[in-house]
Design a protein around this ligand. Structure first.
Ligand code: ATP
Ligand code: MG
Length: 465
């Protein structure tokens, strides 16, 4: 069910509950309260009259006349009819009659009401045309009951008062309904609207529209969610861009060697290239094929790294021995370029814990780079230093160096600071990115320091056994 419906349903439920509560329980409470109010008012008035004033007036017949007029005044103001009844149950003063003689005698009503503090539904046909609520209280003169004070209000007055209360209750209920409506609309606005915004944005992103802007107004969990999604989308976008660039690079790097292989093979076949020159062109074909082979294995290696990380075969081995072997392997190349490889080890044997084959690959690439980017007649230092629990492997050359603007990018895939590939035609630009993946998989660090024109030093750490 949609949240909007749920909210609407909750609102209706809340209203229904409130309505039921008010009608079942609230109305009774109001009615009782209203009736109680009228009764108490009547009782307190009667008891006040009997307590104080009445006795004084009763002493003197002249004063009774004053009392009568006072009673009629009270009736006019409060709407309560008051009787003063003597011990024979005859009414001697009546607020309704004013100064005239009262016409009600003990035959006209049931005198038992005089003994009750409060009596309901009293019917006195001669005087009242509706049932009355009566409160009576005796008054004392010369130590005996001299008479009674009675006060009357129509029973309907109690109901009127009760409906006043109920009307207030209903108005209160309406106000609560309205307030609840505002609250529910607020909840809708603060919860459903942002969810809809996020949903719409997500479907835009799913369609590939990464530039769609998601606007969440308030700083709350929904904003955090939308920020997280935006971050995810920016990552997706940059990944997609990387992917696109990656494929463009691969295609480019495959196409040029393939073109020359195809061209020379055809030319050799149809005789465009004279038979005597075939070796030179076969060499080129071989060179390009090797380059393609290297490119393919680097790509395969990177793809296996990407799809599950590197699994390392960590063993203890002597890193100086590995470096000596690599130096031997490069002896021929170095001799051609008149480059001297200098080995500098803090100790003759340094054992480290690492994946030997992978570390060989890293050092091989660093040395290969150092030789490629060195000038003739220069030195390259291959060294291992001991720093605390780490061995630091250094490959330092005095070659062309890396331009400042490229230094942060050399570990990127396919990055070559010399895109014309003048110095290094065979390079793929993948060697350092693979080296970095390998060192990172060992949870170690690889660094580069370089000065353009002066040389470059790559170094990485390994844990000493
Ligand atoms: P591959 O390693 O596959 O043969 P590559 O050597 O071109 O290709 P990387 O080893 O990743 O690729 O090197 C990337 C780039 O970094 C090089 O093309 C070069 O521009 C720069 N670079 C690396 N090492 C050095 C160095 N010692 N001196 C100067 N530039 C270097
Ligand atoms: Mg390289």
């Amino acid at each position: 069910m949609r949240v909007t419906y749920k909210l609407g349903l909750s609102y209706l439920l809340a209203i229904a509950l409130l309505f039921a509560l008010v009608n079942i329980w609230g109305r009774d409470v109001c009615k009782n309260k209203a009736q109680q109010n009228v009764k108490t008012q009547l009782q307190s008035m009667v008891s006040k009259l009997s307590d104080t004033t009445v006795a004084n007036y009763y002493e003197d017949a002249g004063l009774i006349a004053t009392f009568r007029s006072e009673l009629s005044h009270m009736q006019a103001v409060m709407g309560i009819r008051i009787w003063m009844v003597n011990a024979d149950y005859s009414v001697i003063a009546d607020s309704q009659m004013g100064l005239l003689d009262p016409i009600v005698t003990s035959n006209d009503y049931d005198p038992r009401i005089l003994d009750q503090n409060i009596s309901e539904n009293v019917i006195i046909n001669k005087v009242f045309d509706e049932p009355m609520l009566v409160s009576s209280e005796p008054f004392v003169f010369n130590y005996r009951v001299a008479g009674y004070i009675c006060a009357f209000v129509p029973m309907s007055k109690m109901n009127q008062e009760a409906s006043g209360y109920i009307e207030m209750l209903n108005i209160g209920m309406l106000i609560i309904f309205a307030a609840l409506l505002v609250i529910f609309i607020g909840i809708y606005y603060y919860t459903v609207v942002p969810i809809k915004t996020i949903k719409n944005a997500a479907s835009e992103y799913a369609k590939g529209n990464y530039d769609y802007e998601m606007k969440i107004r308030f700083h709350d969990e929904y904003r955090e969610l939308s920020d997280t999604i935006s971050y995810m989308v920016s990552e997706l976008k940059s990944n997609e861009e990387k992917q696109r660039k990656f494929i463009a690079n691969i295609s480019h790097d495959f196409r040029s060697p393939l073109t020359s292989i195809k061209g020379y093979a055809e030319a050799l076949k149809d005789g465009t290239i004279p038979y005597e020159n075939k070796d030179k062109y076969l060499d080129i074909i071989q060179f390009e094929a090797e380059r393609l082979h290297k490119l393919t294995s680097s790509l395969l290696q990177l793809s296996s790294i990407d799809s599950g990380g590197l699994s390392l075969d960590i063993k203890s081995f002597d890193i100086t021995k590995v470096i000596r072997t690599i130096a031997d392997a490069f002896e021929g190349t170095c001799r051609n370029k008149k480059i001297t490889l200098k080995l500098q080890f803090d100790e003759p044997k340094i054992y480290v814990d690492a994946d030997q084959a992978r570390i060989e690959q890293v050092i091989y690439n660093l040395t290969d780079n150092a030789i490629k980017f060195s000038n003739k007649d220069s030195d390259i230092i291959l060294g291992v230093q001991i720093k605390g629990v780490k061995a630091v492997v250094r490959v330092k050359d005095f070659g062309i160096g890396i331009p400042k603007e490229s230094i942060n990018r050399v570990f990127e895939r396919f990055y070559k600071s010399d895109p014309s590939r003048g110095k290094d035609k065979k390079g793929t630009g993948l060697g350092l990115s693979i080296a970095k993946e390998i060192i990172t998989a060992h949870e170690e660090e690889i660094r580069v320091i370089s000065n353009e024109g002066a040389g470059t030093e790559f170094s990485f750490t390994l844990p000493i056994s």
